[in-house]
Design a protein around this ligand. Sequence first.
Ligand code: ATP
Length: 249
Amino acid sequence: MGHGVVRGVTRAPEITLTGSYGLETRPLFASTQMRLEAGQWTCLLGRSGVGKSTILRLILGLPTQGRFIGTVTADDGHPLDGRAGYMAQTDLLLPWLSVRDNVVLGARLRGERPDLDKAHAMIDRVGLGAYHDKKPAALSGGMRQRAALARTLMEDRPLVLLDEPFSALDAGTRADMQDLAAEVLRGKTVLLVTHDPAEACRLGHHIKLLSETGITSWAVPDAPPARDVDDPQTLQAQAALLAYLRGTS
Ligand SMILES: Nc1ncnc2c1ncn2[C@@H]1O[C@H](COP(=O)(O)OP(=O)(O)OP(=O)(O)O)[C@@H](O)[C@H]1O
């Protein structure tokens, strides 16, 4: 996740991760291939500890606890440095900065002039209009998660990796933030790690299930994402996915 976008490479790439990964004590996945289709949302589910965040960190080139033997490639052949946005499970807000300054942190770190109007609008859109000048300590967990979401959506990256970005939100706010993310990230290549079958069935162009035996694909509803929360086929798909996940846990 370096800084500075590779010049001219702003098209959303297709990403392929191929390889095996082991912790010191045990293998996590063997000869796995995972493809993120260009400009589409791929949702990744699987039980806790199976390796979802690890896959996301491998794509980003961030350090992990184990050993990866394999490759992560983009279909345009260019490195991913500077092209990926990342929202981690923990909000990673800097406690001494206001919400506004946290949201424009990326630009500041790159030595660019931040787009304060865009930041203002994004903070309003995540429902933190009354908190622009507040420090993270004055925010609830769900509010901090929305500040981190605003920071991620500020960055106009062609590849965006989201690790349970809506997990701390109440149901109504969660649906609103899903709609916002789907709108702002339309046309980007997105990997969303989630535990929520309903979320995956609303947002995914593709749904992948990670288990000890590898990655399998799960059929998505016909309607394009973001699907309505009351779309019958989406509700049916999420019920079937939940039943499957319960059976495999
Ligand atoms: N800091 C760490 N130290 C040692 N082992 C770790 C560490 N972080 C993760 N692991 C190991 O790596 C495995 C995969 O972790 P990972 O965070 O990728 O799982 P996950 O599927 O994202 O889990 P969750 O759904 O709970 O977030 C875990 O089973 C754990 O044993």
